[in-house]
Design a protein around this ligand. Structure first.
Ligand code: NAI
Ligand code: 15L
Length: 252
C-alpha cells in the first residue's frame, strides 16, 4: 500500500504515524503546518489541500488516502467551508485524477450530535448535526459516497466519537475511541474488502456506548478498549453530564 495521511501534524496524525510505520506501512504525511518525519520511511508534503498542486504532489503514486486534515472543532462558517468542504473536494478530485483506490475519511459524531445523550443509534438513523462542523462532516460522508458511485473510489467514513489516549469526562464513557482501537480501525478500514462505500462508528467497546457498530465488525474491527475501565476515576472528577450526544458542541 502507498498511503497518504493528511492532517499528519494533528492530534490523531501524531498518534497514528508511528503506529502505521511500525506496521510496515510507508507514509506520505501531509499538513498545512510544518512537521518533521517520524522515521526515514515517511516523506512529508507541506501545503494547503485547497491547492490542486499540493494535492497532486501529495497523491502522485498513492493507492490509499487517510484524510484527517481539516478544521476539527466548531468554527465560523467561512473557515469550515474552506478546510472541510473546498479542501475535501480538492482531495477527492485529486484521488480521481491519480487513480487512488480507497479514501478513508475522518467523519464525526457531530453529524448526529443533537440526539439526546443515551439514545441508541444506528448508522441508518437520520443526521442531526449540532453545528456547521457537523454539517461539514455530512458533506464529507456524502462526497465519499458520490465518488464511489460515480468514479469507483472505495470509501470508508469513520464517524469518530472522542479519540483520546484516556477518557476524561462522563460523556466519554459512551463516546471514547482509544489509541489502540483507533489504530486497528484505521488499518481495517484501509485493508478490509468492502463493497463500495462504508460508514462505521469510530468508537471503542464502551459498556455505556450509544452506537451499534455492526458495520465496523464486518470490516474485521474487534475493539479491545472500554472507557468503563476509567469510570470510577472519571466519576470522581464530577464532570457534567451533557443533554445531547454532541456534548458542548450541541449546547454552545
Ligand atoms: P487536529 O485539528 O488536531 O488536526 C487537523 C490537522 O489538519 C491539523 O494539523 C491542521 O494543520 C490540518 N489542516 C487543516 N486544514 C488543512 C488544509 N486546508 N490543508 C492541509 N492541512 C490542513 O484534528 P484531530 O483531532 O487530529 O482530528 C483529525 C480528524 O478527525 C479531523 O478531521 C477531525 O474532524 C476528525 N475527528 C476527530 C475527533 C477527535 O476526537 N480527535 C473526533 C471526531 C472526528
Ligand atoms: C470531534 O469531532 C472533535 O474533532 C474532537 O475535538 C472532539 O471534540 C470530539 O469530536 C468529541 O465529540 O469528543
Amino acid at each position: 500500500m502507498s498511503l497518504v495521511l493528511t492532517g499528519a501534524g494533528g492530534q490523531l496524525g501524531r498518534v497514528l504515524r508511528p503506529r502505521l510505520l511500525a506496521r510496515g506501512i510507508p507514509l506520505r504525511a501531509v499538513d498545512i503546518s510544518p512537521i518533521t518525519p517520524v522515521d526515514p520511511r515517511e516523506t512529508i508534503v507541506i501545503g494547503d489541500l485547497r491547492d490542486a498542486g499540493v494535492v497532486d504532489e501529495a497523491l502522485e503514486g498513492a493507492t490509499a488516502v487517510l484524510h484527517l486534515a481539516g478544521t476539527s472543532v466548531e468554527r465560523p462558517l467561512p473557515e469550515i467551508i474552506e478546510n472541510n468542504l473546498v479542501a475535501l473536494h480538492a482531495l477527492y478530485e485529486g484521488a480521481r485524477r491519480h487513480g487512488v483506490g480507497r479514501v478513508v475519511f475522518a467523519s464525526s459524531n457531530h453529524t448526529i450530535g443533537m440526539y439526546p445523550a443515551g439514545q441508541k443509534l444506528r448508522l441508518s438513523d437520520p443526521y442531526r448535526p449540532d453545528g456547521f462542523y457537523g454539517i461539514s462532516k455530512i458533506w464529507g460522508e456524502a462526497i465519499g459516497r458520490l465518488y464511489r458511485d460515480k468514479y469507483g473510489i472505495e470509501g470508508v467514513a469513520l464517524r469518530i466519537g472522542s479519540a483520546l489516549t484516556r477518557p476524561t469526562e462522563p460523556r466519554h464513557l459512551a463516546t471514547w475511541l482509544g489509541d489502540d482501537d483507533l489504530e486497528q480501525l484505521v488499518v481495517q478500514s484501509l485493508t478490509a474488502p468492502i463493497s463500495g462505500y462504508q460508514p462505521v462508528w469510530g468508537v471503542s467497546a464502551n459498556t455505556r456506548g450509544w452506537w451499534d457498530n455492526g458495520e465496523a465488525a464486518e470490516l474485521g474491527y474487534q475493539p479491545s478498549q472500554n472507557a468503563e475501565d476509567f469510570a470510577a476515576e472519571i466519576m470522581k472528577t464530577g464532570g457534567r453530564d451533557w443533554v445531547f450526544q454532541g456534548g458542548s458542541f450541541a449546547e454552545d
